[in-house]
Structure formats: C-alpha cells, structure tokens
Design a protein around this ligand. Structure first.
Ligand SMILES: [Zn+2]
Length: 299
C-alpha cells in the first residue's frame, strides 16, 4: 500500500500540471464549439473545473502539511478572491475589456495593424502571454525594488503559507496596475474576445497551480512556466530569495534578465513578511500599504 501510495504521489507530481492545463483548454474549446454561449462566459467553466481538481489534489497530495489553511485564512482569501480578483479586476475588467473592444471595433479606431489577427486564437494567446509577461515582469520587479509599489504588493506576500486560494490576495491598486499592463494594451490593439478568453483560462489555472500546496514536479517546464516550485521561492521571507522568479505565467523573462532561481538541494523555509504580526484580514489589508514600514516592523 505505501508503495502504491508513493507511486501515486509520483504520478500526480509529474502529470497533474500538464494534464489539468490540457484538459481545461480542451474543455474550453469543446464548449466553444458546442454551445451557443460567448467565449467570455464559457471561459469560467474550465477555470472552475481547474479549481475543483486543485482543491482535491491539495487535500490528498499536499507539499507541506503545515501549509493547510485554517478556516479563517480561507475566509479572508475568498473575500479577496471574490472582491479583488473576480468582481473588481477580473470579471468586471474582462467584461469591460470586451465591451471596450466591441466599442473600438464599431468605431474602427483601434490599432489593428499592430497585432497578427490572422494567426489562430491559440497562437495569438501564446504571443499575448509572452508580451504581457514582459510588461508584468518589470512591474513586478519594480514592486519589489521601489518602496511605494512594494507597500501595495506586500499584501500579496503577507501569508505565511501557500495554497491555491491565496492567489487572489492583492491590494486593489496593485491589481489595477497589473490590469493596465496585462489586458489594456491588448484591447487597444484589438485582440479578440476569444483570444482574451484563452489567455484568461491559462492565466487563472496557472495562477492557482503557482500558489498551490501540492507536491508537484514540473521538470523542464521550470524553464518555461512560472510554476509552484519556482514561485515558492518568490514568497520566501528572505529578500535574497524572494526578489527572484518574477514571472507571472512564464519564467523566460527571469531567465533572460538573470532572476531565475531554483536551488537543487534545498527547499524554501519561512514564507511571508518580516513583520509576523502584519494584519492578514481583508479590511486591514486595504489600509496596510499606507502605513510606511509596517511590513518590516518587528512584531
Ligand atoms: Zn511579488
């Protein structure tokens, strides 16, 4: 039984990420081809599917037992997920993005020539991933190296554990800045709703995996994808470890700009901010960026 258990763990570790990503994108395409609903509605179904599988895997194949969240942790994370990730920038911004896109298309005032609309939607989504991740790389790096931005971004680094639901923990101003770089430029050049939806499916599920507490091994994908093995180091309490692996979806820009970090014989120790008393509840974290030095105070 333990042998079977170990074999099962190994199979899950090596296959869960690619299998869930492929299934989710296939489900999106299947629904798009066989239902009358628009891509921006359909896109939420594979994302919920991915979240359900990842929740199951976190229960049975955890990376660290001590990272299993308390009910109060999940309550705050779900509040962030609903208000910051879904209601504020995610759902509304993507709906807004699509509405703005339709408006620009009717007026024919967007910069069509700057984007290869002739490519298939999947190829366009891959191109979008590379470009959006370049913009996000520099925003993220600036957020770690420039104090006013860091104080906003510290909210995301405040948890002492990693599990998929805390991917939604961002200050609304941090999230708004991200939206300006990873969605807005693509609306301006007229990227279609279908391409934005494919991007959204990958972006959401990869984000869940990136923060998940599942024992996963990505192997050679650690040179392409910003997955959990790399991102755990980004949440380290030690600045020399956390100022690494800035990639949002991809890790290629970290490889190019020299911030890729994955020690072989080590695993990450403490996570979070220096101030172990930094408030973790939703209401407090709307205010914490406006208290200078709070993240570094000795609690
Ligand atoms: Zn960060």
């Amino acid at each position: 039984m333990p042998i079977l258990n170990n074999r099962m763990r190994s199979i899950v570790a090596w296959t869960a990420y690619p299998v869930v990503i492929i299934l989710a994108l296939s489900l999106y395409q299947l629904l798009l081809n066989n239902t009358p609903y628009s891509s921006k509605i359909i896109a939420y179904i594979p994302v919920v599917f991915g979240a359900a599988i990842i929740t199951f895997l976190e229960s049975y194949f955890p990376y660290r037992d001590e990272w299993t969240p308390e009910i109060s942790d999940v309550g705050n994370d779900l509040t962030f997920m609903v208000f910051i990730q879904i209601v504020l920038p995610k759902l509304l911004s993507f709906l807004f993005a699509s509405t703005l896109l339709s408006y620009l298309q009717t007026k024919d005032i967007f910069l069509k020539g700057f984007w290869p609309h002739q490519f298939t939607p999947f190829i366009q989504a891959i191109l979008m991933l590379f470009i959006a991740d370049l913009f996000r790389y520099w925003l993220h790096r600036a957020a770690h190296e420039w104090d006013p931005l860091w104080r906003l971004h510290a909210v995301h680094h405040s948890p002492h554990k990693l599990y998929w639901v805390n991917v939604g923990r961002f200050h609304p101003l941090d999230k708004a800045l991200q939206f300006l770089l990873d969605a807005f430029p693509f609306i301006i050049v007229g990227v279609s709703e279908g391409v934005l939806s494919i991007y959204f499916v990958f972006y959401a599920i990869n984000g869940f995996f990136q923060h998940c507490n599942i024992n996963l091994r990505l192997g050679f994908l650690n040179y392409l994808i910003s997955g959990p093995e790399l991102h755990r180091w980004h949440h380290s309490i030690l600045i020399r470890e956390s100022n690494r692996n800035y990639g949002n979806n991809l890790i290629v820009w970290d490889l190019i700009f020299g911030t890729w970090f994955l020690p072989k014989e080590k695993s990450v120790d403490g996570l979070g901010l220096k101030n172990r008393q930094y408030p973790l509840d939703f209401a407090s974290q709307i205010r914490t960026p406006f208290i200078k030095g709070l993240d570094k105070q000795q609690g």
